[in-house]
Design a protein around this ligand. Sequence first.
Ligand SMILES: [Zn+2]
Length: 300
Amino acid sequence: MNRIILPENYDYAYSERIKKELKLKYPFLTVHSIGKSACQRDITAYSLGNYKNIVLFAGGFHAQEWLTSLVILRFLERVCESVSLRKKLSGVDISSALMSKGITIIPCVNPDGVEIVLNGPETAGEYAELVKEASQGDLSSWNANARGVDLNHNFDAGWHILREMETEQGITGPSPRRYGGHGPHSESETKSLVKFCERNNINHAFAIHSQGEEIYWAYGKETPENSFTMANIFSVCSGYKLVENDGLASHGGFKDWFIEYFRKSAFTIEMGKGKNPLPVSQLDEIYEKIEEMLVIGAVI
Ligand SMILES: [Zn+2]
């Protein structure tokens, strides 16, 4: 079968092209925008199944981690194939499961950041000068959005504690990484994801990052009891290690906010191993290692 999601650079033109191709091939797929980035790029979401009870997979929070977008789109494509051919995926009858559960995939929460690292600072439009100044011409560690804000430091969960830690490290303004913005949810990308989560009934959520082959499942005392059990199942499926954040190590992330705000389970998956950006040639290998975890994650 001809596949749409192939190992290619995930820039915005590519993401717009495959959006059309996926919709054409799988008309049952709902393709929508949850909002706009700072540079007015669409933050695209793909949904299928029962929209009243969703499992969310979101990737591309960090600019260097755009391979996460391809991995979860590959997952989406495999789910669509299984539904249209009425075949099992990783031993699971996904068509039947989608009667009671829905899947929403947001491949890239930070389309501006990815565009900047793949196609240069000029793609940041009105923020091009800010990007050049904050990066000092070196985009090799750029993880932020076009405004120099690390989106996974921008969520309203322990944000003020995180701000103190950033300040101690000398990060006080737009930066390639680890600057949490002038306040929680200051960024349009963060606001868009928060709004989407508030308006939909999301059973549990996955934030896909790279790298380390690790699963983070806890955030403070609001972590639901069954999160640990679920994380153990994911660990067995994938061979990824379970990691519990210790104390101040994590705040301000999407998973942290989701757990604290909704008191529901959320997981950060650090996919793959190596140095970011992981090479696109690792797409097949990484995907194959975590397909079962993603499938179980969608139906559990
Ligand atoms: Zn990350």
